[in-house]
Design a protein around this ligand. Structure first.
Ligand SMILES: N[C@@H](CCC(=O)N[C@@H](CS)C(=O)NCC(=O)O)C(=O)O
Length: 219
């Protein structure tokens, strides 16, 4: 038995919260969700004393004396160690290597896309003028989706749902919200996510949220 608490913030806007929440929910990893409202400050006041960075997501393992794990990549690896049978990473070594490379690339990259196009899941699609750097990020995401789905045969990027899908789900959400790319691979990845009950549950929650973050309401 494990006793995990996952601290997250506003579902409509928080892409880092979505990644770990989706990973855990889609893989049926049990956890208690703890919602700490976003305030627009660099550190979320509700996270003081829980995460040393004051950010979410933060996973707390109460079975380990309240061990707190921050940083999405570290949480992903911890979940893989706790639940090796759940498929956090693909089954084949070469796929795991690719999966880890893709997750690292996402975690450390896509700065222009993340900076210019805030995740806003409930927003009806709008066309946004973006920089060349952002366009290059979108092209790279589109190429990742296409080559991954071609190689794996889908329905998810590396075949079965894995951490790669969780990390790129908010990238896809931004592409759809701001009409950044219309391609077969974008549609195929969107279809796979939209058929996932965990994605449907998160999306429904974004529609029910009423808090607005003015800085993230563009277009
Ligand atoms: N590098 C961190 C990023 C975490 C992060 O930036 N989280 C945002 C929420 S999406 C946050 O807590 N920001 C503070 C705030 O917006 O108040 C990770 O991988 O988990």
């Amino acid at each position: 038995m494990t006793d995990l608490a996952l601290y997250i913030t506003n579902k409509n806007y928080s892409s880092w919260s979505l990644r770990i929440w989706l990973l855990m929910r889609a893989l049926d990893i049990p956890f208690e969700e703890v919602m700490v409202p976003m305030t627009g400050e660099a550190q979320i006041p509700g996270m003081t004393g829980i995460s040393p960075t004051g950010k979410v997501p933060c996973l707390v393992d109460r079975d380990q004396g309240g061990l707190a794990i921050w940083e999405s990549t570290a949480i992903t690896e911890y979940l893989n160690e706790l639940f090796p049978e759940c498929g956090v990473w693909p089954a084949q070594m070469r796929d795991r290597a690719r999966a880890r490379a893709l997750v690292s690339e996402m975690h450390g990259g896509f700065a222009a896309l993340r900076g210019e196009c805030p995740m806003n899941m409930r927003r009806p699609p709008v066309t946004l003028a973006v920089s060349d750097a952002c366009r290059a990020n979108v092209a790279r995401a589109g190429a990742i989706f296409a080559s991954s789905l071609d190689t794996s045969g889908g329905p998810f990027l590396l075949g079965r749902f894995s951490a790669v899908d969780a990390f790129y789900a908010p990238v896809l959400s931004r592409i759809l919200t701001y009409n950044l790319l219309d391609s077969a691979a974008v549609h195929a990845f969107a279809d796979a996510l939209e058929n996932l009950p965990a994605w449907q549950e998160w999306r429904a929650a974004t529609l029910a949220e009423t808090a607005m973050v003015a800085a993230d309401e563009l277009g």
